[in-house]
Design a protein around this ligand. Structure first.
Ligand SMILES: *[C@@H]1O[C@H](CO)[C@@H](O)[C@H](O)[C@H]1NC(C)=O
Ligand SMILES: *[C@@H]1O[C@H](CO)[C@@H](O)[C@H](O)[C@H]1NC(C)=O
Ligand SMILES: *[C@@H]1O[C@H](CO)[C@@H](O)[C@H](O)[C@H]1NC(C)=O
Ligand SMILES: *[C@@H]1O[C@H](CO)[C@@H](O)[C@H](O)[C@H]1NC(C)=O
Ligand SMILES: *[C@@H]1O[C@H](CO)[C@@H](O)[C@H](O)[C@H]1NC(C)=O
Ligand SMILES: *[C@@H]1O[C@H](CO)[C@@H](O)[C@H](O)[C@H]1NC(C)=O
Ligand SMILES: *[C@@H]1O[C@H](CO)[C@@H](O)[C@H](O)[C@H]1NC(C)=O
Ligand SMILES: *[C@@H]1O[C@H](CO)[C@@H](O)[C@H](O)[C@H]1NC(C)=O
Length: 434
């Protein structure tokens, strides 16, 4: 496609950025979403304590994907980590002043990562060793937890002398998290498996980390395109929807040899498109029945060397209160405010389409859904049939501007079939790279 001048690109990017209003740290579709970290001191030792750290992802549709989380903090005193179970510090640091027993990590600011699946049992504890991958609460609460055990020395040995770690950071692929200071909370209570005995942590503190798209990335990382049976025009993603700063790094076909540096979400190798987004979500209004209507959704991956595991898609549309059937995706209504039921999440079926493959012929997933009409609100006019918001993996996607939405022809169409056929064909073309 014709290359526009640099100035044109810059102007467009500026317009795109202005058009795209970020949600900030507060996500209106998941107002209480956060990742909470809990440190439970289970025992005091001669020079410190043993704690179990539990990270729970309370976010409804934002997971931590591979290669997983990295947790960092700064010790308040001269603490060292004697040992860890279920996780490890990435850098031991300078332990030269220790003789005999050498600590696991002597750094003032340790960085801890989860262990990989399949480590020996004596290095595991419950909810560990998933390579730092943590599911979203909406998709799988049982997999939304990650834990490790840490044995700390040269620290206080009572709840009066222990100092809490400072400057806690949670890094995840794609970034975007900031964490509160640790705060002492009432000690956790644990139930024995048979429910007949209660035990209590000696001391507990919590840290809450929240996500902000603005912190995560200057540009959006997904966009929305649209089409309909009643108009053969396909509304593409806005040009430079995800910023054109990588325009000269993109490629037109799968690179033969993988570069030395493995591409990551933060540093991808993209297929060249006008929008330059790693992910495009296409919403096609497919059919209008008497009492129902039908939507086709497809998600296309433009990343080479990046597979999206456990992906999630969130849509906001007033008719989602009346979803009748969803094919080949799982659907779960999200009801952040009790009075509104206009938001829901979609995700893949395990072992079938919960993985979106890297860019190429298999780099997409699709689904259709049938919605029951409410005679008073349903209309094909004014873009009503298109979503208000789309999120992919918890990031808001850039929408086309409303004046670009497919519009109803002014005259009532006499025969919809050829038009819908044409639109369907175009939609198929759109699935292949545009
Ligand atoms: C974190 O999320 C949980 C579950 O949604 C919620 O109960 C809690 O209030 C949240 N914490 C903060 C500090 O927002
Ligand atoms: C501390 O975090 C846990 C989740 O790990 C949560 O259940 C608990 O309510 C939190 N406590 C406070 C006071 O926020
Ligand atoms: C410390 O422990 C004592 C009892 O061992 C308890 O009374 C006190 O409330 C605890 N203080 C804190 C800050 O947890
Ligand atoms: C914690 O972070 C703040 C701001 O980034 C910095 O000013 C401060 O020095 C840090 N504290 C420690 C102990 O590193
Ligand atoms: C993506 O998944 C496919 C199929 O499981 C695999 O062959 C490929 O190596 C994966 N690519 C990456 C970058 O993990
Ligand atoms: C929300 O809508 C779904 C159908 O999409 C329905 O199954 C669910 O019961 C509704 N929930 C509430 C709280 O209205
Ligand atoms: C779904 O639509 C029907 C028909 O308009 C309506 O009677 C019903 O209340 C709707 N269901 C919900 C959950 O809004
Ligand atoms: C289809 O929609 C486009 C974009 O809104 C509009 O410009 C065009 O006139 C519409 N086509 C017809 C046949 O109405």
């Amino acid at each position: 496609m014709a290359c526009r001048s640099k100035l044109h690109h810059i102007l467009l990017s500026v317009v795109c950025v202005i058009l795209f209003s970020y949600a900030g740290a507060y996500d209106p579709l998941d107002p209480t979403g956060n990742i909470t970290m809990k440190w439970d001191i289970m025992s005091w030792t001669a020079d410190g304590y043993v704690a179990v750290v539990t990270m729970t992802n309370f976010q409804m549709y934002r997971h931590i994907m591979s290669p997983g989380w990295k947790l960092g903090w700064v010790w308040a005193k001269k603490e060292v980590i004697w040992s860890m179970v279920g996780a490890q510090a990435t850098d031991q640091g300078d332990c030269s002043k220790f003789k005999g027993n050498i600590p696991h990590c002597c750094k003032k600011n340790p960085t801890v990562v989860d262990l990989l699946p399949g480590v020996p049992y004596n290095q595991q504890i419950a909810n560990c060793c998933k390579g730092g991958v943590v599911a979203s609460w909406g998709q799988d609460p049982s997999a939304a937890v990650s834990s490790f055990q840490i044995s700390v020395g040269l620290s206080g040995t009572s709840n009066k002398t222990v100092k809490l770690p400072k400057n806690i950071t949670l890094a995840a692929p794609g970034g975007g998290y900031s964490c509160s200071p640790a705060k002492i909370v009432p000690s956790s209570i644990f139930m024995s498996p048979d429910g007949r005995r209660k035990t209590q942590a000696l001391m507990t503190w919590n840290i809450t980390c929240t996500y902000s798209q603005l912190v995560a990335s200057k540009y959006p990382r997904c966009c929305v395109s649209m089409s309909s049976f009643y108009n053969s025009t396909i509304t593409p993603c806005p040009t430079c929807a995800c910023g054109c700063q990588n325009k000269n790094k993109c490629v037109l076909s799968a690179p033969k040899i993988q570069s030395v540096v493995t591409p990551t979400i933060d540093n991808p190798i993209l297929h060249c498109t006008e929008h330059m987004c790693p992910i495009r979500v296409h919403w096609h209004v497919e059919t209008n029945y008497k009492e129902y209507w039908r939507v086709k959704m497809s998600v296309t991956n433009f990343n080479y060397f990046i597979n999206y595991t456990q992906w999630t898609l969130v849509a906001q549309h007033p008719n989602l209160n009346n979803v009748t059937q969803v094919f080949s995706f799982v659907y779960k209504p999200l009801v952040p405010y009790r009075s509104m039921n206009d938001t829901g999440m979609f995700y893949g079926i395990k072992f079938f389409n919960d993985l979106i493959m890297e860019a190429g012929p298999d780099g997409n997933v699709q689904s259709e859904m049938i919605l029951q009409k409410d005679a008073y609100t349903f209309t094909l006019k004014e873009g009503w049939a298109f979503p208000r918001k789309i999120y992919f993996n918890g990031e808001e996607c850039m929408m086309p501007s409303p004046d670009q939405y497919p519009r109803l022809p002014n005259s009532a169409p006499a025969n919809l079939f050829p038009v819908s056929l044409r639109a369907a064909l175009l939609a198929i073309c759109l699935l292949v790279f545009c």
